[in-house]
Design a protein around this ligand. Structure first.
Ligand code: AMP
Ligand code: MG
Length: 338
């Protein structure tokens, strides 16, 4: 299949957005930018379109998709029995990098939620994403636009690398601002629960949901096959180079990595005295910068033939928790504490 490239950086935008919307209405699949990562969109009302997403990505069959909406009226089209606290969260965190799991409305295909009676819903803030949903006039199911298991795509070239020839179209736009996927919480049970950390932080969530619990799979390897969010049990975000996550201060990190042969480091700009090849992924004091770059550096590391890469672990506070959550999965839970 030839993948149509709809370039919004040069030329007229509205025609290309209308073209993407037309493809989506006709049950095609299109990679679109969002503020978190690039998404691979399909109509949430079409089993046929949703099936194409699973095939293109090689996504595990039990891993449900997030449905994207562009205005609050669409929420009751995709979810039902919506609790008051969901509206409070929507008011505070939407549009933005925040997803709520709610009871599913029957209008959404069962193939989106993979047989669960719940649906994950997000309203993105990205202007292009919103314009495409508005123009298509339907909610869009959209996982990250990468091959399953690979680092998530934060620019159009990452998407081209993974999915060119496998999907109908790719919107070419600027790189994604946040860089990690949305925060996911569930409000479908008795107590609110964080399933995946993101740019909306635990600290912010506690202001609206003081009783929110953090699912154990956020920071550890799930011990059972039955998890609240099926995506959490898979090895994720991994480059071909073997990743190790290393916790420790700057001096210990440098001493540790300097003894490693045929290896590289991914470190903070504050790290000093590293004598092996390294890539800086941001500032230790600015977790947002680490989130913005983490997937991109995991892809860059594969351009050389190192056997291993040692990543300096961020703090687990603020957006750092989201970065840590992605990195332990990229490392297949191999954490070295110095
Ligand atoms: P991605 O599509 O890569 O952004 O991942 C979406 C995440 O949301 C995965 O971890 C899914 O397992 C999770 N998710 C989507 N729908 C649901 C749902 N109905 N219940 C629980 N988790 C969900
Ligand atoms: Mg993904």
């Amino acid at each position: 299949m030839e993948t149509l490239k709809l370039d919004l950086i040069c030329g007229e935008k509205s025609e290309k957005i209308a073209k993407a919307a037309e493809i989506l209405k006709n049950e095609g699949i299109v990679a679109i930018p969002t503020e978190t990562v690039y998404g691979l969109a399909a109509s949430a009302y079409s089993d046929e379109a949703v099936a194409k997403v699973f095939i293109a990505k090689g996504r595990p069959q039990d891993n449900p998709l997030i449905v994207h909406i562009s205005n609050i009226d669409m929420l009751s089209e995709v979810a039902c029995d919506i609790p008051e606290k969901a509206y409070k969260c929507a008011e505070k965190f939407w549009p933005g990098p925040f997803t709520m799991v709610l009871k599913k409305n029957t209008s959404v295909c069962d193939s989106v939620s993979r047989g669960l009676d719940t649906v994950a819903v997000r309203m993105p803030s990205h202007v292009t994403a919103r314009a495409i949903i508005e123009s298509a006039g339907i909610p869009l199911a959209a996982p990250s636009a990468n091959l399953s298991g690979c680092p998530s795509p934060t620019n159009a070239y990452h998407v081209i690398n993974d999915l060119d020839g496998k999907i109908d179209a790719i919107i070419i736009d600027d790189e994604c601002q946040v860089g990690v996927e949305s925060t996911v919480i569930t409000l479908a049970g008795d107590t609110p629960r964080l399933l995946r950390p993101g740019a909306v932080t635990v600290e912010q969530l506690r202001e609206i949901l003081p009783d929110i619990e953090i699912d154990e799979a956020v920071l550890a390897e799930p011990t059972s096959d039955v998890v609240a969010s099926p995506g959490m049990k898979y090895k994720h975000y991994s480059p071909k180079t073997t990743v190790y996550l290393v916790e420790g201060d700057s001096d210990r990190f440098a001493d540790f990595v300097n003894s490693k042969k045929n290896s590289a480091a991914i470190c903070f700009k504050e790290d000093k005295n590293i004598n092996i090849p390294y890539i800086v992924y941001g500032s230790e004091c600015d977790e947002g910068s680490l989130a913005h770059n983490v997937f991109s550096v995991l892809r860059d590391i594969d351009k050389e033939n190192y056997s291993d890469v040692y990543v300096h672990a961020p703090s687990k506070t603020g957006v750092g928790l989201a970065v840590y959550n992605r990195l332990i999965r990229a490392a297949a839970f191999k954490v070295i504490k110095l």
